[in-house]
Design a protein around this ligand. Structure first.
Ligand code: SF4
Length: 499
């Protein structure tokens, strides 16, 4: 009997409908897709993200034509019941909640995950053999195992890690990096229908969103995602590496690939992304530092985060080693960038409000760093990143925020907390110049909230952090601050209002 195959909204590429390895649905299998309203009711998503997901699902359904039964239902359970089905297959979903759901249903067979380079057994075998889990060592394992950027048994170019070439500040005196513009999709009738439906949901008072919607900036179909990948490889990859950690107020995308949402919707497979980037280097079309930086993001970090989500177990979600419990303030929840004076934070929050995306450094060193310094509840911060970013999913944000950004796991994922004073932001951006605060001021009217917040954070957690070799020098720097007590008074008086 041919079994119906169920596609979740982040399983939209060809790999989820038969990769030809005997572990997928048959080529003739009828398909069911379920648009669950309850998913959008449970969390207050960025509207551009809700739009992208629904648009991508509906574009996929249109491609599949008569093969698919597309159900609009309140819950997945109701949607599946409405299909009047026999046995169903589904590829391993990407969240623990969805996995528990499919496992609880009768006659549903869960097939292996798709959309990642490394299998779960392979990761477990690697991780169980490590004394401490570190991305760099996992990344080298993936490079070797998948023969990525390798020359025989050695890394291409003789070194695994070209990070030191990829931490350049932005070019001086330039408002933009000058990279060719990224691919921009053209909206279709499907987008108009989605926008109309989202308006109706909001009018009904059923669902509420945050942020601005449109025009759609990220691919919603395989064809669009392939075009975006090709455009990145041929026009933008070359200049990606050197300034990948830099920020420019007038150029939020710089040379970044903007492919994370396409990868996480399943529209692109990571193998095709990294293999074609390597091919570009071998053809002399892109320098090694750019290609290695991109391969590290996709085959290293993305795979690492996916596997840690499962490997660390469900309890990881409630990690809170630093005991941070403050609620997120309203201006943050509402993405009210106009209420913020700190230029770096206002610029980044505005980009999130308007697009649902900003690159990894504003996420880590502006948004995440501010949340960490203010002592906000890491679970709430994780949820915020999940809801407000077009590429955010439970598996993406849990390790990235709990582990990397908020150090709530006490160092299981990273060796130190990632936060800094204004000096780092000043070095890596053009944001500080016109700001009303000064990056080198800790105390007073023009004290930079990141600089004051940094020292306050180190002081609050001195007992924990002074034993960490990677940050203990900075912690001992507290002893040299003559204005520490004024700084602490200032930070105590600072409310939860926008800086
Ligand atoms: Fe941000 Fe401080 Fe620089 Fe202003 S001075 S942009 S608040 S780092």
């Amino acid at each position: 009997m041919t079994r119906t195959h169920w596609l979740f909204g982040d399983q939209l590429g060809p790999a989820f409908l038969g990769a030809g390895d005997g572990e997928g649905p048959s080529r003739e299998a009828p398909v069911v897709m379920i648009e669950s309203r309850a998913v959008f009711r449970r969390r207050r998503f960025h509207r551009a993200k809700a739009h992208l997901i629904l648009s991508a699902m509906r574009h996929r359904a249109a491609e599949l034509g008569d093969r698919v039964t597309y159900v609009r239902a309140d819950t997945y359970r109701e949607g599946l019941a409405a299909v009047g089905r026999g046995p169903v297959t589904v590829h391993h979903p990407t969240s623990r909640a969805a996995l528990a759901l499919v496992r609880s249903l009768d006659d549903v067979t869960v097939l292996p995950p798709r959309g990642f380079l490394v299998g779960q057994d392979d990761f477990r075998a690697w991780a169980d053999g490590q004394r401490g889990l570190r991305m760099e060592s996992f990344y080298r394992h993936v490079r070797r195992d998948h023969d990525l950027l390798m020359d025989g048994g050695s890394p291409a170019g003789g070194t695994w890690n070209l990070d030191h070439e990829n931490r350049e500040p932005p070019p001086r005196g330039r408002r933009t990096l000058g990279a060719p513009a990224p691919y921009k999709p053209r909206e279709s009738d499907v987008d108009e229908e989605v926008r109309h439906d989202l308006d109706r949901w909001e009018r009904d008072g059923d669902v509420s969103f945050v942020g601005r919607d449109g025009p759609r900036r990220f691919p919603a179909s395989r064809r669009e995602a392939r075009t975006a990948l090709k455009r990145f490889l041929s026009e933008r990859l070359e200049g990606f590496g050197a300034h990948e950690d830099a920020m420019l107020a007038g150029d939020g995308v710089m040379s970044h690939s903007l492919l994370s949402s396409s990868l996480n919707l399943g529209l692109l497979d990571p193998a095709e992304c990294v293999e074609s980037a390597e091919a570009a280097w071998r053809a002399g079309e892109a320098p090694l530092n750019s290609v290695e930086g991109f391969v590290r993001q996709v085959a290293g970090w993305r795979e690492y985060v996916w596997h840690l989500y499962w490997y660390f177990g469900e309890d990881y979600r409630s990690s809170n080693e630093l005991g941070h419990t403050a609620a997120l303030p309203d201006w943050w929840n509402e993405l009210d960038a106009d209420a913020v004076s700190a230029r770096c934070l206002a610029t980044v929050l505005r980009q999130v409000r308007d697009t649902g995306w900003t690159h990894h450094i504003p996420r880590l060193m502006v948004l995440g760093s501010h949340a960490l310094q203010r002592g906000w509840d890491p679970a709430a911060v994780t949820d915020w990143f999940h809801r407000c970013f077009v590429d955010g999913y439970d598996w993406v944000m849990l390790p990235n925020v709990v582990g990397m950004s908020q150090y709530a796991d006490g160092g299981r994922m990273t060796t130190k907390p990632y936060t800094s004073g204004g000096a780092y932001i000043d070095r890596m951006s053009d944001l500080c110049g016109p700001c009303r605060y000064r990056p080198d001021r800790r105390v007073g009217e023009d004290a930079c909230p990141f600089t004051a917040g940094y020292w306050n954070f180190l002081h609050r957690h001195r007992g924990t952090l002074e034993h960490n070799a990677r940050i203990s020098r900075a912690v001992h720097g507290l002893d040299r601050l003559k204005d520490l007590s004024a700084l602490l008074d200032q930070e105590r008086e600072r409310g939860e209002g926008p800086p």
